[in-house]
Design a protein around this ligand. Structure first.
Ligand SMILES: NC(=O)c1ccc[n+]([C@@H]2O[C@H](COP(=O)([O-])OP(=O)(O)OC[C@H]3O[C@@H](n4cnc5c(N)ncnc54)[C@H](OP(=O)(O)O)[C@@H]3O)[C@@H](O)[C@H]2O)c1
Length: 252
């Protein structure tokens, strides 16, 4: 049990990478709070964790709204008595060439991928400090490291996450708080259905696998295991690190 007695908040914990991380961390003994906008997926995840004998609760929160973000941290502390680990995972994606980018999409993606993540970190730090330290993992993307056509909005939000990770690692080191980042490649999750038309989804996934040197998309539980390592005592000398996990997609 690598996370016995640890309390964790995972944003976007109802689906995909967040859900897999919640399930993985609960199986390692953590008390897990998951946050997201839709109650249905959150409830399903919590039920699955309870059925496996783990501890989990949920909070409905829109991470584009700073008050909701603050409430999700407060609810975690109120429910479990403190906070040891924050997984900044909630995110949305959208792709368009620059001449088709709208202010609405810019505001939407940045409000969640950057603003929500930044303020979750701000509100979590005093709670982590009360436990004499803790760990934060930010979920960025390979698109935050490498230029991808039509990703001007998503790409800059994820590049911001990479840079923010390094700034926070420096700012919080004296509080014994470690801040690291994972940049996944193509991971099989519901996110692709939010910006690829249903009729093109299967074909797109075949091409994502084809583009990846290891010739398959990654699984959400593979990202969860990397996050588990980063928050565990095994990684206590790691901070400010950017971990790519992408089947070789972004080998320079
Ligand atoms: N899958 C990939 O290939 C891939 C690659 C690189 C990076 N990533 C990153 O991985 C993270 C997780 O994505 P995923 O692939 O697991 O996709 P996903 O299943 O769509 O997960 C995204 C999660 O974020 C939550 N979320 C979105 N907007 C939110 C908001 N305003 N407030 C609170 N929660 C919000 C969603 O829940 P609600 O809709 O219920 O709010 C959902 O549970 C994202 O940051 C994504 O950018 C994914």
């Amino acid at each position: 049990m690598r996370l016995a007695d640890k309390t964790v908040l995972i944003s976007g914990g109802g689906t995909g990478i967040g859900r897999a991380t919640a399930v993985c961390f609960a199986s390692e003994g953590a008390q897990v709070m998951i946050a997201g906008r839709r109650q249905g997926p959150l409830l399903e995840t919590v039920d699955a964790i309870h059925a496996a004998g783990g501890q989990a609760e949920y909070v409905v929160a829109d991470y584009a709204d700073v008050q909701h973000v603050e409430h999700s941290i407060a609810k975690t502390v109120e429910t479990f008595g403190g906070l040891d680990v924050l997984i900044n995972n909630a995110g949305v994606a959208g792709f368009a060439p620059i001449d088709e980018v709208t202010e609405e999409d810019y505001d939407y993606q940045t409000s969640i991928n950057v603003k929500g993540l930044l303020f979750a970190t701000k509100f979590a730090i005093p709670e982590l400090a009360k436990r004499n330290g803790g760990s934060i993992v930010n979920i960025s993307s390979g698109a935050g490291l490498k230029a991808v056509p039509a990703s001007s909005v998503y790409g800059i939000t994820k590049a911001a996450v990479v840079h923010f990770t390094k700034i926070m690692a420096l700012e919080t080191a004296e509080k014994n708080i470690r801040v690291n980042c994972i940049c996944p490649g193509f991971i099989e999750t519901p996110i692709f259905g939010t910006f690829i038309p249903q009729e093109k989804l299967a074909e797109s996934k075949v091409s994502f696998a084809e583009m990846t040197p290891l010739k398959r998309m990654g699984r959400a539980d593979e990202v969860a295991k990397a996050a588990l390592y980063l928050v565990s005592a095994d990684a206590e000398w790691m901070t400010g690190n950017i971990v790519t996990l992408d089947g070789g997609l972004n080998i320079a």
